[in-house]
Design a protein around this ligand. Sequence first.
Ligand SMILES: Nc1ncnc2c1ncn2[C@@H]1O[C@H](COP(=O)(O)OP(=O)(O)O)[C@@H](O)[C@H]1O
Ligand SMILES: [Mg+2]
Length: 238
Amino acid sequence: MNKDLLTIEHLNVGYGKKQVLFDVSLSVKEGEILGIAGESGCGKSTLARTIVGMKRQYEGTLRLETNDPQMVFQDPYGSLNPSKKIGWLLKEPLRLDRQRKWSPGEMDERVFEVLEKIELDRALLSRYPAQLSGGQRQRVAIGIALMRAPRLLIADEPVSALDVTIQAQILKLLAHLHEELSLSILFISHDLRVIWQLCENVLVMKDGRVVEYGHTGEVYRNPQDDYTKKLLSAAGIR
Ligand SMILES: Nc1ncnc2c1ncn2[C@@H]1O[C@H](COP(=O)(O)OP(=O)(O)O)[C@@H](O)[C@H]1O
Ligand SMILES: [Mg+2]
């Protein structure tokens, strides 16, 4: 049995007086991909922000067995500094690394390693984000997240802004990284088809509450909650 990398118990989160997450409990084990599903506004991004410490006020238990969970966002264009070249952007997590000092040679070596993992050509290192395609930019964002070899990736709608064919390529890349690095992933998506392609387990949220949580195959074959049934049929799955 793999151990939990992330444990959340009875989590309540709000903005000011408005409560957004209600009594959320879940866990992500080493090497697991957990999908978080639910319609826009149900609190998925709030959950992600709380896990990575961007949202500090919460009630309940949040235990991370890893120091360095990394985020990937929906819009890589918004998260990549447009005035910096790809090579510079990939090195940024190493320059900011407080655990150790990286020499220029070590940084180059790590960049080349990660480029292979995200399947991008070295020629792209001297380009700017605007000179890349949407799929390439999302690969770069994933690469930046991987630079310091995290064990947990939190991906918030990482393929939602991409065309279906590019979506499939990025999902394949994430599945491959999961295998190769036994990387755990909390994968957030409003799209149940995308979750089906990637995630071993799924948690469905509605209005900030967990309405269904289990093995993806079982949940999709035999959903217990009416809301899950509704989402699945709206997605053309059942
Ligand atoms: N910074 C914020 N301040 C106040 N309310 C917010 C903030 N961010 C999100 N919300 C509200 O919290 C709820 C959940 O939002 P969010 O976590 O972004 O959901 P999702 O990612 O599932 O679309 C929504 O009602 C949203 O309006
Ligand atoms: Mg969101």
